[in-house]
Design a protein around this ligand. Structure first.
Ligand code: IMP
Ligand code: MG
Length: 171
């Protein structure tokens, strides 16, 4: 198996800068709670929050989908909840990648129930796969073709998260 670069570290940096500008503009004058979905989003999240100029707090959830290594099973469980109460607050979910959308759908439904003032979704990557639950992405880094990618937080069996670029695996 070989790793091939799909999105370079420089390209990621410029995507993150652009997203940071958009988000900062939209939340100007408001207080934002950004939610990192562990573990995959950790690196993107760390870079993104440093581009934000609005008043920002950070919180973390951990979600796991059982059953498969390479594809999402749809059986999503939360293994770490937020520390903060989000009622009446502006909340932005920061995802690494949306594939089937099951993971994001689960989190959106859960957090929407807690009556935030607003709830939006930001993701670095979105795969072009057919048949998804309806997810409106408010801030998108870039769409990618339907390949398994690693690096910049994304893993294959917990490996490769530390790579500075997004790579795909070629047999
Ligand atoms: P979804 O529920 O199908 O949208 O999948 C979302 C989760 O599956 C992501 O948060 C990742 O943890 C994982 N995932 C989906 N595609 C990839 C990939 O290409 N590489 C690494 N992880 C992925
Ligand atoms: Mg993930």
């Amino acid at each position: 198996m070989q790793l091939k670069e799909m999105i370079t570290a420089d390209e990621i940096a410029s995507i993150v800068r652009r997203m940071g500008t958009e988000i900062s503009r939209d939340y100007e004058g408001k207080e934002l709670l950004v939610v990192c979905v562990l573990k995959g989003s950790a690196i993107f999240f760390a870079d993104l929050v440093r581009r934000l100029t609005c008043t920002t707090e950070m919180d973390f959830v951990r979600l796991t989908s059982y059953g498969a290594n390479v594809t999402s099973s749809g059986n999503v469980v939360m293994t770490k909840d937020l520390d903060s109460c989000i009622e009446g607050r502006h909340v932005l979910i920061v995802e690494d990648i949306i594939e089937t959308g099951h993971t994001t759908r689960f989190l959106v439904d859960l957090l929407a129930n807690r009556r935030p003032a607003s709830l939006k979704i930001c993701t670095l990557l979105k795969k072009n796969v057919p048949e998804k639950p309806e997810i409106v992405v408010d801030y998108l880094g870039t769409a990618i073709e339907d390949r398994f990618v690693v690096g910049y937080g994304l893993d294959l069996n917990e490996k490769f998260r530390n790579l500075p670029s997004v790579c795909f695996l070629e047999k």
